[in-house]
Design a protein around this ligand. Sequence first.
Ligand SMILES: *Cc1c(COP(=O)(O)O)cnc(C)c1O
Length: 463
Amino acid sequence: MKLTQCTPATIIEPFRIRSVEPIRFTTMEERQKLLSKAGYNPFLLKAGDVLIDLLTDSGTGAMSSAQWAGMIASDESYAGSSSFGRFESAVQDITGFRYVIPTHQGRAAENILFSTIAKPGMTIPNNTHFDTTRAHVENNGAEALDLVIDEGMDPEVIHPFKGNMDPAKLRRAIQERGVAAIPVIMLTTTNNSGGGQPVSMQNVREVSAIAGEYGIPFFIDACRFAENSWFIKTREEGYDDKSPIEIAREMFSYADGCTMSAKKDGMSNIGGFLALNDEKLAEKCRSLTILTEGFPTYGGMAGYDMEAVAIGLYEALDEGYLRYRIRSTAYLGEKLADAGISIVQPPGGHAIYIDAKKMLPHIPPLHYPAWSLTNALYLTGGVRAVEIGSVMFGLQPDGSEKAASMELVRLAIPRRVYTQSHVDYLAEAVIHTYRQREKLKGYRMVSAPAVLRHFSAKLEPIT
Ligand SMILES: *Cc1c(COP(=O)(O)O)cnc(C)c1O
Protein backbone atom coordinates (compact mmCIF):
# COMPACT_ATOMS: atom_id res chain seq x y z
CA MET A 1 0.00 0.00 0.00
CA LYS A 2 1.20 3.46 -0.85
CA LEU A 3 1.28 6.22 1.72
CA THR A 4 -0.97 9.13 0.91
CA GLN A 5 -0.56 12.75 1.78
CA CYS A 6 -2.60 14.17 4.64
CA THR A 7 -5.19 16.56 3.21
CA PRO A 8 -6.52 18.06 6.41
CA ALA A 9 -9.87 19.77 6.94
CA THR A 10 -8.14 22.10 9.39
CA ILE A 11 -6.68 25.23 7.85
CA ILE A 12 -3.82 26.19 10.14
CA GLU A 13 -2.29 29.59 10.75
CA PRO A 14 0.38 29.81 8.01
CA PHE A 15 3.07 31.09 10.38
CA ARG A 16 4.71 30.21 13.65
CA ILE A 17 5.13 32.69 16.46
CA ARG A 18 8.47 33.75 17.88
CA SER A 19 7.61 37.06 19.46
CA VAL A 20 4.62 37.23 21.76
CA GLU A 21 2.67 40.03 23.33
CA PRO A 22 0.90 39.15 26.60
CA ILE A 23 -2.79 39.95 26.90
CA ARG A 24 -4.36 40.76 30.25
CA PHE A 25 -7.17 38.83 31.86
CA THR A 26 -9.64 40.81 33.94
CA THR A 27 -12.76 39.82 35.86
CA MET A 28 -16.24 41.01 34.93
CA GLU A 29 -16.29 43.05 38.14
CA GLU A 30 -13.12 44.88 37.06
CA ARG A 31 -14.51 45.43 33.58
CA GLN A 32 -17.71 46.90 35.06
CA LYS A 33 -15.60 49.55 36.78
CA LEU A 34 -13.36 50.16 33.75
CA LEU A 35 -16.31 50.54 31.39
CA SER A 36 -18.18 52.85 33.76
CA LYS A 37 -15.03 54.99 34.08
CA ALA A 38 -14.81 55.09 30.27
CA GLY A 39 -18.33 56.57 30.08
CA TYR A 40 -19.62 53.27 28.70
CA ASN A 41 -17.69 53.99 25.51
CA PRO A 42 -15.31 51.21 24.40
CA PHE A 43 -13.27 53.75 22.40
CA LEU A 44 -12.26 55.29 25.74
CA LEU A 45 -11.00 52.04 27.27
CA LYS A 46 -7.28 51.50 27.63
CA ALA A 47 -6.17 48.84 25.12
CA GLY A 48 -4.37 47.02 27.96
CA ASP A 49 -7.74 46.43 29.63
CA VAL A 50 -9.03 44.57 26.57
CA LEU A 51 -8.53 40.82 26.14
CA ILE A 52 -9.43 40.42 22.44
CA ASP A 53 -9.40 43.71 20.54
CA LEU A 54 -11.57 43.73 17.41
CA LEU A 55 -12.08 47.48 17.17
CA THR A 56 -10.45 47.58 13.74
CA ASP A 57 -8.27 45.62 11.32
CA SER A 58 -6.49 48.84 10.35
CA GLY A 59 -2.82 49.04 11.27
CA THR A 60 -3.34 46.39 13.96
CA GLY A 61 -1.78 43.44 12.13
CA ALA A 62 1.39 41.56 13.02
CA MET A 63 4.42 42.09 10.79
CA SER A 64 6.59 39.27 9.52
CA SER A 65 10.25 38.61 10.22
CA ALA A 66 10.93 39.62 6.60
CA GLN A 67 9.24 42.97 7.15
CA TRP A 68 11.23 43.63 10.34
CA ALA A 69 14.43 42.68 8.54
CA GLY A 70 13.58 45.10 5.73
CA MET A 71 12.94 47.82 8.28
CA ILE A 72 16.35 47.38 9.86
CA ALA A 73 17.99 47.71 6.44
CA SER A 74 16.02 50.80 5.43
CA ASP A 75 17.44 53.91 3.80
CA GLU A 76 16.33 57.09 5.60
CA SER A 77 17.64 59.57 3.02
CA TYR A 78 15.39 62.56 2.55
CA ALA A 79 15.28 62.32 -1.23
CA GLY A 80 15.58 59.34 -3.55
CA SER A 81 16.13 56.70 -0.87
CA SER A 82 16.50 53.08 -1.96
CA SER A 83 13.58 52.26 0.36
CA PHE A 84 11.39 54.48 -1.81
CA GLY A 85 12.78 52.66 -4.86
CA ARG A 86 11.70 49.30 -3.43
CA PHE A 87 8.31 50.69 -2.39
CA GLU A 88 7.70 52.24 -5.80
CA SER A 89 8.74 49.05 -7.63
CA ALA A 90 6.43 46.90 -5.52
CA VAL A 91 3.45 49.20 -6.13
CA GLN A 92 4.21 49.44 -9.86
CA ASP A 93 4.69 45.68 -10.14
CA ILE A 94 1.34 44.88 -8.48
CA THR A 95 -0.82 47.76 -9.75
CA GLY A 96 0.84 48.55 -13.07
CA PHE A 97 0.36 52.29 -12.39
CA ARG A 98 3.24 54.51 -13.51
CA TYR A 99 3.30 57.21 -10.83
CA VAL A 100 3.46 56.28 -7.15
CA ILE A 101 2.94 58.89 -4.44
CA PRO A 102 3.57 57.68 -0.89
CA THR A 103 1.30 58.99 1.90
CA HIS A 104 1.16 58.42 5.64
CA GLN A 105 -2.14 56.54 5.34
CA GLY A 106 -5.14 56.03 3.07
CA ARG A 107 -7.03 59.22 3.90
CA ALA A 108 -4.00 61.33 2.98
CA ALA A 109 -4.09 59.82 -0.52
CA GLU A 110 -7.82 60.64 -0.62
CA ASN A 111 -7.15 64.19 0.53
CA ILE A 112 -4.57 64.74 -2.20
CA LEU A 113 -6.70 63.19 -4.95
CA PHE A 114 -9.99 64.90 -4.07
CA SER A 115 -8.43 68.29 -3.26
CA THR A 116 -7.01 68.15 -6.77
CA ILE A 117 -10.03 66.95 -8.78
CA ALA A 118 -13.25 67.43 -6.75
CA LYS A 119 -15.05 70.80 -6.82
CA PRO A 120 -18.40 72.10 -5.55
CA GLY A 121 -21.25 70.89 -7.75
CA MET A 122 -19.38 67.73 -8.74
CA THR A 123 -20.34 64.13 -7.94
CA ILE A 124 -18.14 61.13 -7.17
CA PRO A 125 -19.89 57.78 -7.72
CA ASN A 126 -18.62 54.81 -5.70
CA ASN A 127 -20.12 51.44 -4.75
CA THR A 128 -20.11 52.62 -1.12
CA HIS A 129 -17.85 55.43 0.08
CA PHE A 130 -15.82 54.57 3.14
CA ASP A 131 -16.38 57.25 5.81
CA THR A 132 -13.03 59.04 5.29
CA THR A 133 -13.52 58.91 1.51
CA ARG A 134 -16.97 60.46 1.84
CA ALA A 135 -15.58 63.08 4.22
CA HIS A 136 -12.85 64.14 1.75
CA VAL A 137 -15.29 64.30 -1.18
CA GLU A 138 -17.71 66.40 0.87
CA ASN A 139 -14.93 68.53 2.33
CA ASN A 140 -14.22 69.66 -1.23
CA GLY A 141 -17.88 70.55 -1.76
CA ALA A 142 -18.67 67.56 -3.97
CA GLU A 143 -21.37 64.92 -3.60
CA ALA A 144 -20.45 61.36 -2.55
CA LEU A 145 -22.91 59.09 -4.34
CA ASP A 146 -23.25 55.41 -3.34
CA LEU A 147 -24.40 53.10 -6.14
CA VAL A 148 -24.02 49.59 -4.71
CA ILE A 149 -26.36 46.90 -6.06
CA ASP A 150 -29.64 46.49 -4.13
CA GLU A 151 -28.50 43.10 -2.78
CA GLY A 152 -25.59 44.91 -1.09
CA MET A 153 -27.98 46.78 1.19
CA ASP A 154 -29.83 43.74 2.54
CA PRO A 155 -27.88 41.95 5.31
CA GLU A 156 -29.67 38.66 4.73
CA VAL A 157 -29.43 38.27 0.96
CA ILE A 158 -26.72 35.82 -0.09
CA HIS A 159 -24.85 37.05 -3.18
CA PRO A 160 -21.23 36.23 -4.07
CA PHE A 161 -20.33 39.86 -4.89
CA LYS A 162 -22.48 42.11 -2.72
CA GLY A 163 -19.94 44.92 -3.17
CA ASN A 164 -20.70 45.32 -6.90
CA MET A 165 -21.74 48.69 -8.26
CA ASP A 166 -25.03 48.79 -10.16
CA PRO A 167 -24.04 49.71 -13.76
CA ALA A 168 -27.57 50.93 -14.55
CA LYS A 169 -27.50 53.29 -11.56
CA LEU A 170 -24.08 54.52 -12.71
CA ARG A 171 -25.30 55.27 -16.25
CA ARG A 172 -28.31 57.09 -14.86
CA ALA A 173 -26.12 59.18 -12.55
CA ILE A 174 -23.80 60.14 -15.44
CA GLN A 175 -26.76 61.11 -17.65
CA GLU A 176 -28.44 63.10 -14.88
CA ARG A 177 -25.38 64.98 -13.68
CA GLY A 178 -23.42 65.24 -16.90
CA VAL A 179 -19.93 63.99 -17.73
CA ALA A 180 -18.28 67.31 -16.79
CA ALA A 181 -19.59 67.02 -13.21
CA ILE A 182 -17.97 63.63 -12.61
CA PRO A 183 -14.20 63.93 -12.21
CA VAL A 184 -13.71 60.26 -11.28
CA ILE A 185 -15.64 57.03 -10.74
CA MET A 186 -14.44 54.93 -7.78
CA LEU A 187 -14.87 51.30 -6.75
CA THR A 188 -14.03 50.19 -3.21
CA THR A 189 -12.60 46.65 -3.17
CA THR A 190 -13.65 45.07 -0.88
CA ASN A 191 -16.57 47.29 0.06
CA ASN A 192 -15.71 48.09 3.68
CA SER A 193 -18.82 50.09 4.63
CA GLY A 194 -21.00 47.45 2.95
CA GLY A 195 -19.70 44.68 5.23
CA GLY A 196 -16.35 43.90 3.58
CA GLN A 197 -18.18 42.48 0.56
CA PRO A 198 -16.20 41.80 -2.62
CA VAL A 199 -16.53 43.24 -6.12
CA SER A 200 -16.37 40.82 -9.08
CA MET A 201 -13.90 41.18 -11.94
CA GLN A 202 -16.86 41.37 -14.28
CA ASN A 203 -18.17 44.37 -12.36
CA VAL A 204 -14.74 46.04 -12.41
CA ARG A 205 -14.69 45.49 -16.18
CA GLU A 206 -18.23 46.84 -16.63
CA VAL A 207 -17.62 49.97 -14.54
CA SER A 208 -14.31 50.54 -16.33
CA ALA A 209 -16.05 50.22 -19.71
CA ILE A 210 -18.72 52.76 -18.75
CA ALA A 211 -16.06 55.16 -17.46
CA GLY A 212 -14.11 54.70 -20.69
CA GLU A 213 -17.18 55.28 -22.83
CA TYR A 214 -17.70 58.70 -21.22
CA GLY A 215 -14.00 59.51 -20.88
CA ILE A 216 -14.20 59.66 -17.07
CA PRO A 217 -11.15 58.46 -15.07
CA PHE A 218 -11.73 55.29 -13.04
CA PHE A 219 -9.97 54.76 -9.69
CA ILE A 220 -10.00 51.89 -7.21
CA ASP A 221 -10.07 52.32 -3.42
CA ALA A 222 -7.72 49.37 -3.05
CA CYS A 223 -7.40 48.98 0.75
CA ARG A 224 -8.41 45.30 0.69
CA PHE A 225 -7.42 44.47 -2.89
CA ALA A 226 -5.76 41.17 -1.90
CA GLU A 227 -8.81 39.89 -0.01
CA ASN A 228 -10.94 40.92 -2.99
CA SER A 229 -8.63 38.94 -5.30
CA TRP A 230 -9.16 35.85 -3.16
CA PHE A 231 -12.94 36.17 -3.40
CA ILE A 232 -12.64 36.48 -7.20
CA LYS A 233 -10.41 33.40 -7.29
CA THR A 234 -12.81 31.29 -5.24
CA ARG A 235 -16.18 32.64 -6.42
CA GLU A 236 -15.90 33.89 -9.99
CA GLU A 237 -15.84 31.61 -13.00
CA GLY A 238 -12.55 31.45 -14.84
CA TYR A 239 -10.29 32.53 -11.99
CA ASP A 240 -9.71 29.42 -9.90
CA ASP A 241 -6.38 28.59 -11.51
CA LYS A 242 -5.10 32.18 -11.44
CA SER A 243 -2.89 33.38 -8.58
CA PRO A 244 -4.04 36.28 -6.37
CA ILE A 245 -1.31 38.53 -7.80
CA GLU A 246 -2.44 37.81 -11.38
CA ILE A 247 -6.00 38.63 -10.37
CA ALA A 248 -4.91 41.84 -8.64
CA ARG A 249 -2.91 42.88 -11.69
CA GLU A 250 -5.88 42.26 -13.96
CA MET A 251 -8.16 44.27 -11.68
CA PHE A 252 -5.80 47.26 -11.61
CA SER A 253 -5.30 47.02 -15.39
CA TYR A 254 -8.89 48.23 -15.90
CA ALA A 255 -8.31 51.36 -13.78
CA ASP A 256 -6.48 54.67 -14.16
CA GLY A 257 -5.30 54.82 -10.57
CA CYS A 258 -5.93 53.85 -6.96
CA THR A 259 -5.85 55.09 -3.40
CA MET A 260 -4.53 52.69 -0.78
CA SER A 261 -4.26 52.34 2.98
CA ALA A 262 -1.26 50.12 3.67
CA LYS A 263 -2.70 49.60 7.17
CA LYS A 264 -5.00 47.02 5.59
CA ASP A 265 -3.64 44.81 2.80
CA GLY A 266 -0.24 46.53 2.97
CA MET A 267 0.22 44.42 6.14
CA SER A 268 1.79 47.43 7.78
CA ASN A 269 1.04 49.48 10.88
CA ILE A 270 1.07 52.74 8.94
CA GLY A 271 1.35 53.94 5.35
CA GLY A 272 -0.51 54.36 2.11
CA PHE A 273 -0.23 55.61 -1.43
CA LEU A 274 -1.86 57.20 -4.42
CA ALA A 275 -0.89 55.56 -7.72
CA LEU A 276 -1.97 56.69 -11.17
CA ASN A 277 -1.17 56.82 -14.88
CA ASP A 278 -1.98 60.44 -15.81
CA GLU A 279 1.28 62.41 -15.80
CA LYS A 280 -0.30 65.86 -15.47
CA LEU A 281 -2.55 64.79 -12.60
CA ALA A 282 0.40 63.07 -10.91
CA GLU A 283 2.37 66.30 -11.09
CA LYS A 284 -0.45 68.28 -9.44
CA CYS A 285 -0.85 65.62 -6.77
CA ARG A 286 2.89 65.59 -6.09
CA SER A 287 2.88 69.35 -5.50
CA LEU A 288 0.14 68.96 -2.90
CA THR A 289 2.03 66.03 -1.34
CA ILE A 290 4.99 68.30 -0.67
CA LEU A 291 2.64 70.76 1.01
CA THR A 292 0.77 68.32 3.24
CA GLU A 293 2.78 65.09 3.54
CA GLY A 294 6.44 65.52 2.69
CA PHE A 295 8.89 65.15 -0.15
CA PRO A 296 7.42 62.83 -2.83
CA THR A 297 9.95 60.07 -2.16
CA TYR A 298 8.71 59.53 1.41
CA GLY A 299 5.40 61.41 1.68
CA GLY A 300 4.78 61.06 5.39
CA MET A 301 6.41 57.69 5.90
CA ALA A 302 9.80 56.78 7.27
CA GLY A 303 12.07 54.74 4.99
CA TYR A 304 11.41 51.73 7.22
CA ASP A 305 7.64 52.12 6.80
CA MET A 306 8.08 52.00 3.02
CA GLU A 307 10.16 48.82 3.39
CA ALA A 308 7.44 47.22 5.51
CA VAL A 309 4.79 48.07 2.91
CA ALA A 310 6.92 46.98 -0.06
CA ILE A 311 7.26 43.52 1.53
CA GLY A 312 3.76 43.45 3.05
CA LEU A 313 1.96 43.98 -0.26
CA TYR A 314 3.37 40.67 -1.55
CA GLU A 315 2.69 38.85 1.73
CA ALA A 316 -0.97 39.95 1.54
CA LEU A 317 -1.17 38.20 -1.86
CA ASP A 318 0.25 34.91 -0.61
CA GLU A 319 -2.26 32.10 -1.24
CA GLY A 320 -1.65 30.32 2.06
CA TYR A 321 -2.17 33.57 3.93
CA LEU A 322 -5.34 34.52 2.05
CA ARG A 323 -6.85 31.05 2.44
CA TYR A 324 -6.30 31.28 6.22
CA ARG A 325 -7.43 34.91 6.40
CA ILE A 326 -10.75 34.47 4.61
CA ARG A 327 -11.42 31.06 6.14
CA SER A 328 -10.82 32.25 9.72
CA THR A 329 -13.27 35.13 9.26
CA ALA A 330 -15.88 32.77 7.77
CA TYR A 331 -15.21 30.25 10.59
CA LEU A 332 -16.22 32.84 13.18
CA GLY A 333 -19.28 33.79 11.13
CA GLU A 334 -20.39 30.16 10.84
CA LYS A 335 -20.05 29.55 14.59
CA LEU A 336 -22.22 32.57 15.37
CA ALA A 337 -24.79 31.80 12.67
CA ASP A 338 -25.03 28.14 13.80
CA ALA A 339 -25.89 29.38 17.30
CA GLY A 340 -28.79 31.37 15.83
CA ILE A 341 -27.15 34.81 15.73
CA SER A 342 -28.05 36.96 12.70
CA ILE A 343 -24.95 38.24 10.91
CA VAL A 344 -24.44 40.04 7.62
CA GLN A 345 -24.31 37.19 5.09
CA PRO A 346 -22.14 35.93 3.58
CA PRO A 347 -19.15 36.82 5.83
CA GLY A 348 -16.89 39.45 4.25
CA GLY A 349 -13.11 39.43 4.25
CA HIS A 350 -12.04 41.33 7.32
CA ALA A 351 -14.94 41.32 9.76
CA ILE A 352 -18.17 39.76 10.98
CA TYR A 353 -21.12 42.09 11.45
CA ILE A 354 -23.79 41.08 13.99
CA ASP A 355 -27.33 42.33 13.43
CA ALA A 356 -28.15 43.80 16.87
CA LYS A 357 -31.60 45.02 15.78
CA LYS A 358 -32.56 41.37 15.21
CA MET A 359 -30.92 40.18 18.43
CA LEU A 360 -32.33 42.87 20.73
CA PRO A 361 -35.84 43.77 19.52
CA HIS A 362 -36.71 44.96 23.05
CA ILE A 363 -34.21 47.86 22.78
CA PRO A 364 -35.52 50.70 20.56
CA PRO A 365 -33.02 52.06 18.01
CA LEU A 366 -32.52 55.34 19.87
CA HIS A 367 -31.62 53.39 22.99
CA TYR A 368 -28.75 52.07 20.88
CA PRO A 369 -29.08 48.25 20.73
CA ALA A 370 -25.75 47.76 18.90
CA TRP A 371 -24.00 49.92 21.47
CA SER A 372 -25.58 47.85 24.23
CA LEU A 373 -24.35 44.61 22.66
CA THR A 374 -20.86 46.06 22.15
CA ASN A 375 -20.65 46.92 25.86
CA ALA A 376 -22.09 43.55 26.87
CA LEU A 377 -19.36 41.78 24.87
CA TYR A 378 -16.73 43.69 26.79
CA LEU A 379 -18.39 42.98 30.14
CA THR A 380 -18.97 39.27 29.57
CA GLY A 381 -15.78 38.40 27.71
CA GLY A 382 -13.32 41.31 27.60
CA VAL A 383 -13.93 41.62 23.85
CA ARG A 384 -13.83 45.06 22.21
CA ALA A 385 -15.99 45.45 19.10
CA VAL A 386 -17.38 48.54 17.43
CA GLU A 387 -20.95 49.80 17.05
CA ILE A 388 -22.05 50.70 13.54
CA GLY A 389 -25.50 52.01 14.30
CA SER A 390 -27.37 54.96 15.72
CA VAL A 391 -24.58 56.25 17.96
CA MET A 392 -22.22 56.38 14.94
CA PHE A 393 -24.75 57.61 12.35
CA GLY A 394 -27.84 58.84 14.24
CA LEU A 395 -26.85 62.45 14.93
CA GLN A 396 -28.19 64.82 12.24
CA PRO A 397 -26.50 68.07 11.17
CA ASP A 398 -29.32 70.05 12.88
CA GLY A 399 -28.62 68.32 16.20
CA SER A 400 -31.65 66.04 16.07
CA GLU A 401 -31.42 62.25 16.17
CA LYS A 402 -32.61 59.75 13.60
CA ALA A 403 -32.22 55.97 13.88
CA ALA A 404 -29.58 54.51 11.55
CA SER A 405 -30.80 52.12 8.86
CA MET A 406 -28.95 49.21 10.50
CA GLU A 407 -27.76 48.43 14.03
CA LEU A 408 -24.59 46.41 13.54
CA VAL A 409 -21.75 45.30 15.78
CA ARG A 410 -18.54 44.81 13.82
CA LEU A 411 -15.96 42.26 14.91
CA ALA A 412 -12.94 43.26 12.80
CA ILE A 413 -10.14 40.72 12.67
CA PRO A 414 -6.55 42.06 12.86
CA ARG A 415 -4.22 40.29 10.39
CA ARG A 416 -2.05 37.41 11.68
CA VAL A 417 -2.72 38.36 15.31
CA TYR A 418 -5.20 35.91 16.81
CA THR A 419 -5.15 32.12 16.61
CA GLN A 420 -7.99 29.66 16.20
CA SER A 421 -8.30 29.23 19.97
CA HIS A 422 -8.74 33.00 20.32
CA VAL A 423 -11.51 32.81 17.74
CA ASP A 424 -13.10 29.84 19.53
CA TYR A 425 -13.04 31.81 22.76
CA LEU A 426 -14.51 34.81 20.99
CA ALA A 427 -17.37 32.76 19.56
CA GLU A 428 -18.07 31.37 23.04
CA ALA A 429 -18.15 34.86 24.52
CA VAL A 430 -20.52 36.17 21.84
CA ILE A 431 -22.82 33.14 22.08
CA HIS A 432 -22.83 33.35 25.90
CA THR A 433 -23.93 36.99 25.61
CA TYR A 434 -26.56 36.09 22.99
CA ARG A 435 -28.11 33.53 25.34
CA GLN A 436 -28.66 36.30 27.92
CA ARG A 437 -29.87 38.84 25.36
CA GLU A 438 -33.15 39.58 27.20
CA LYS A 439 -31.10 40.98 30.10
CA LEU A 440 -29.40 43.63 27.95
CA LYS A 441 -30.54 47.21 28.51
CA GLY A 442 -30.52 50.29 26.33
CA TYR A 443 -28.27 53.32 26.79
CA ARG A 444 -28.78 57.06 26.88
CA MET A 445 -26.37 59.81 25.85
CA VAL A 446 -24.83 61.80 28.71
CA SER A 447 -22.52 64.05 26.69
CA ALA A 448 -21.37 64.04 23.10
CA PRO A 449 -19.45 66.29 20.69
CA ALA A 450 -21.24 67.71 17.64
CA VAL A 451 -19.41 65.58 15.05
CA LEU A 452 -18.14 61.98 15.00
CA ARG A 453 -19.67 61.58 18.44
CA HIS A 454 -19.03 57.84 18.76
CA PHE A 455 -15.31 58.39 19.36
CA SER A 456 -15.73 60.38 22.56
CA ALA A 457 -19.39 60.35 23.71
CA LYS A 458 -20.21 59.42 27.29
CA LEU A 459 -23.26 57.25 27.86
CA GLU A 460 -25.09 55.48 30.71
CA PRO A 461 -27.22 52.36 30.89
CA ILE A 462 -30.99 52.88 31.21
CA THR A 463 -32.07 51.07 34.35
C1 LIG B 1 -9.27 52.37 5.99
C2 LIG B 1 -9.88 52.77 4.74
C3 LIG B 1 -9.61 54.03 4.18
C4 LIG B 1 -8.77 55.08 4.88
O1 LIG B 1 -7.49 54.64 5.18
P1 LIG B 1 -6.71 55.14 6.50
O2 LIG B 1 -5.40 54.47 6.38
O3 LIG B 1 -7.51 54.68 7.68
O4 LIG B 1 -6.61 56.61 6.42
C5 LIG B 1 -10.19 54.32 2.96
N1 LIG B 1 -10.99 53.45 2.32
C6 LIG B 1 -11.27 52.22 2.83
C7 LIG B 1 -12.14 51.28 2.08
C8 LIG B 1 -10.73 51.84 4.05
O5 LIG B 1 -11.02 50.64 4.56
